[in-house]
Design a protein around this ligand. Structure first.
Ligand code: ARG
Ligand code: ZN
Length: 871
């Protein structure tokens, strides 16, 4: 059943207050919901009140205290229909019974490891009680939770704690009141025997907020970094966006069974424990960075998502794109802005560009969906953030800030649309955003082709940019988008030249608004080198007529750090594409790896920005090369080409890299700060080059680092390097790791992931074997993602020429579908680029998808992905 944006209409009824009484029981939890309902003046005058429900047992229903007889009710698995509700405000009381233990979908209220947790976004609240489960129905919630004292000493819900007490029989209760009206998807309840870490934060206006992070007992010492990140996020949102916290308590709970990363429930954020728990012995630099970013993301939702929420699920990017933008800015201010930008663009290209070029492409604001859970995508999140970033580039930081202030001011307490958001910026800037809105409507990554011409006699330099937005499923033709292209012209001395057009100094932001845009810059005594799309000013694919020499010049000189990095990547990518072509036609290998110059600088003793240098040293990924090639992709050839280039660079820079590796040695106690993490990243990059050929020397270095590591980052990185090569050292190291950390599931997830990611012919056999090992549990989403999800992202082994990788992932998704459809559907994301493969693999991938599509009883989640993937 398809839901369409065009069919939106306001709810016919509103719910103003919700009084929930949740009486916990492992298999028979009783939920009493007292709802004060009134007809919506903006709705239709209809006969029936239709409430959403899923997997509920209705015990009773009453209006204003009078029980409803069976003939006044229609109960189906998906809804509760009340035939003739009053045409005035009334109170509806519904009693349902649910089984949290049997809830393996992990949506609604579920029980894992003896603790109760909820996940309601997007449509999980209807698994707790019958409700108008849509984001434009905002209510004030009061929640009473009752449970056994021994099993559930901690009883939590949204808002402020109002009351606690005993009820005899070893049971107790807590009442929580959340004064801020909210949609049902932000409801949360947690109950269990949990440890807690506490702190305080005083807001800019003086509100004293209690901060609490709940974790499994014995894990309290791993919550310190998350707590610190909470305080820094709260301060930053006050300073950067003028947003203060608005309750007396802010809580984060770490849970081990969770379908996604984390959830921004009002005042009670629920987290996948892998994004909370960290200690130097157990977490890598990457874990610390993720924890900081995700804590910030969920906290920032308090304003962008909770105070101002979405009118309907088509507007998901209103909260997600904006909140990703905000967390990116937080990290940029906290760590290195250029490095953060580079990492974000790497991820955008790997995940979003890949999605946008295949059968699952959809606009940032989709027009229709069969299953909303399948639209929590890189397009909605990451491209959604890019759209906000472009908006800021186009109108400038002051107007952007004024527009945000207006948005917060005008829409606080409302459920909004993208149009309402954009109208705020139109108003403060006086600009027209009609064309800009195409970024929300049109799927597909625009490509921009740039040609340049220098006229020595006229002293002019002309840039001509032609854009094309490719066809995507359901959108065969596209209109030109408004593309902000930030440019610089660089003189021979490596400095930016003044930009002059028509005799006037001009801004660096060129808005490309038609199919072709031409700009002529004046007053240039020599041919400049153009730096295009500085700081990645638009999410487009650029191809320009610059030579390798131009790019190498930019790699050495561009004042824009992003483009300094990008220039080196572009040269490397060209070289890799040529190598792949040579391999596939048995032609001559392209010559010397000129990219080595940029890599040499990264490892030079004078380079002090190690984090940036590590980005420069890292070659484009196999996915980057595949996307650049576009179609008829042969993953084995790409892998071989990349390996050969890495080896060639390693050979030509052997001494410099070895010296860098020695110099970057870790000394002193571990600290997860950005500078230390950057040094470790560069060191591991050196190790990766030194071990590129799998030769004894490099492997010995990796082994030494693994054995002697004083922190988890080094140990994991060394293990990763060892696992690229089928050496006996690899298995010894894997065994040693399991012996040390076998009782820590989050660490064993890394161990599973490393094995599933190895580019080795026995990887699939090993993954199959690991699904039967005691470190795997198909009921835990983190285990599934670490093993099967990682295998699906393994370029050569998922894409085995015999198709066994496709069959394995499809079959695993099918087997998991009955238990947890959301996680099963996610695994199938591995197929998002199947159509770009060479014909042999494409046929095998299609076979696997078709076989899956014929399986009986597929969930809406999996069915939707398979149908769209097959097109
Ligand atoms: N709102 C959460 C976040 O971005 C993610 C919720 C994901 N929900 C889902 N149904 N996949 O922080
Ligand atoms: Zn979010």
């Amino acid at each position: 059943q398809i839901v369409r944006l065009a069919d939106y209409r306001p709810s016919d009824f509103l719910i103003e207050t919700v009084d929930l009484d949740v009486n916990l029981h492992p298999t028979a939890t009783r939920v009493t919901a007292r709802l004060s309902i009134r007809p919506n003046p903006d709705g239709r005058e209809v006969a029936a009140l239709v409430l959403d429900g899923e997997d509920l047992n209705l015990v009773s229903a009453a209006i204003d205290g009078g029980a409803l007889e069976a003939d006044a009710l229609d109960v189906s698995p998906e809804r509760l229909t009340i035939a003739n509700p009053p045409r005035r405000p009334f109170e509806l009381t519904i009693v349902t019974e649910i089984d949290p233990t049997a809830n393996t979908r992990l949506m609604g209220l579920y029980r894992s490891n003896g603790a109760y947790t909820t996940q309601c976004e997007a449509e999980g609240f209807r698994r707790i009680t019958y409700f108008l489960d849509r984001p434009d129905v905002l209510a004030v919630y009061t929640t009473r939770v009752e449970g056994p004292k021994d099993e559930t000493p901690v009883l939590l819900s949204n808002g402020n704690l109002a009351e606690t007490g005993e009820v005899g029989d070893g049971r107790h209760f807590a009442v929580w009141h959340d004064p801020h009206p909210k949609p049902s998807y932000l409801f949360a309840l947690v109950a269990g025997d949990l440890g807690v870490v506490e702190d305080r934060f005083v807001t800019a206006s003086g509100r004293d907020v209690a901060l609490k992070v709940f974790v499994e007992h014995g894990r309290e010492d791993r919550a310190a970094y998350a707590m610190d990140a909470i305080k820094r996020s709260m301060r930053w949102d006050e300073e950067a966006f003028g947003r203060e916290y608005d309750l007396d308590v802010f809580m984060v709970v770490a849970v081990s069974h969770f379908n996604m990363g984390a959830m921004e429930n009002k005042g009670l954020n629920v987290f996948n424990d892998k994004y909370v728990l960290a200690s130097p012995e157990t977490a890598t630099d990457g874990d610390y960075a993720n924890i900081e970013a995700i804590i910030a993301h969920e906290y920032f939702h308090n304003w962008t998502g909770n105070r101002i929420t979405c009118r309907d699920w088509f507007q998901l990017c209103l909260k997600e794109g904006l909140t990703v933008f905000r967390d990116q800015e937080f990290t940029s201010d906290t760590r290195s802005r250029p490095v953060k930008r580079i990492q974000d663009v790497r991820n955008l290209r790997a995940a979003q560009f890949a999605e946008d070029s295949g059968p699952l492409a959809h606009p940032v604001r989709p027009q229709a969906y069969a299953e909303i859970n399948n639209f929590y995508t890189p397009t909605v999140y990451e491209k959604g953030a890019e759209v906000i970033r472009m908006l800021k580039v186009l109108i400038g930081p002051e107007a952007f800030k004024a527009g945000m202030d207006l948005y917060f001011d005008r829409h606080d307490g409302q459920a909004c649309t993208i149009e309402q958001f954009i109208a705020c910026f139109a108003e403060v800037s006086g600009r027209d955003f009609d064309q800009f809105m195409l970024w929300y409507h049109q799927a597909g990554t625009p490509s921009v082709e740039v040609s340049t011409a220098y006229d020595a006699a006229e002293k002019t330099f002309t840039i001509e940019a032609t854009q094309r937005v490719p066809p995507t499923p359901g959108q065969p033709t596209k209109a030109p988008a408004v593309i902000p292209m930030v440019v610089g012209l660089i003189g021979p001395d490596g400095r930016d030249l003044p930009l002059v057009v028509g005799g006037q100094p001009t801004d660096a932001v060129l808005a490309l608004t038609s199919a072709t845009t031409r700009v002529t810059f004046e007053g240039l005594k020599q041919r400049p080198v153009a730096s295009l799309f500085r700081n990645f000013s638009a999410p487009v694919k650029l191809s320009a007529d610059l030579t390798d020499d131009d790019y190498l010049f930019l790699a050495a000189n561009d004042p824009d750090p992003f483009n300094r990095w990008q220039a080196g990547q572009t040269v490397a990518l060209r070289n890799l594409v040529a190598r792949v072509a040579a391999l596939r036609t048995a032609g001559a290998t392209p010559e010397e790896p000129r990219i080595a110059d940029a890599v040499r600088r990264a490892f030079a003793p004078g380079e002090t920005d190690h984090a940036f240098a590590a980005q420069v040293a890292a070659l484009p990924s196999e996915g980057d090369v595949a996307r650049e090639i576009g179609d008829d992709v042969d993953p084995d050839a790409i892998h071989a080409a990349r390996r050969a280039l890495k080896g060639a660079i390693a050979a030509s820079l052997a001494d410099e890299i070895a010296a860098a590796y020695a110099r970057l040695e870790d000394t002193g106690p571990y600290s997860p700060d950005a500078a230390s993490a950057g040094r470790r990243a560069l060191k591991v990059s050196a190790l990766d080059y030194l071990a590129a050929d799998g030769g004894a020397e490099g492997v010995a270095l990796a082994k030494a680092l693994f054995d002697g590591a004083t922190n988890m980052t080094d140990r994991i990185m060394a293990l990763q390097v060892l696992s690229l090569h089928a050496a006996p050292d690899r298995d010894a190291a894997l065994d040693a790791f399991a012996a040390s950390y076998g009782s820590d599931p989050l660490l064993m997830d890394k161990w599973l992931l490393i094995q599933a990611s190895a580019p080795l012919p026995d990887t699939l056999d090993r993954v199959r074997e690991l699904t039967r090992s005691r470190y795997f549990d198909s009921g835990n989403p983190n285990r599934v993602r670490s093993l099967v999800g990682a295998f699906g992202a393994n370029p050569t082994q998922f894409n085995r020429a015999d198709g066994a990788g496709y069959a394995f992932v499809a079959e695993t998704a099918r087997a998991l579908d009955g238990r947890n459809p959301q996680v099963a559907a996610r695994l199938l994301g591995a197929f998002k680029t199947w159509r770009a493969l060479e014909p042999g693999r494409r046929a095998k991938a299609e076979d696997a998808l078709r076989t899956l599509s014929r399986a009986p009883g597929l969930s809406a989640d999996v069915g939707d992905i398979v149908r769209r993937a097959l097109g």
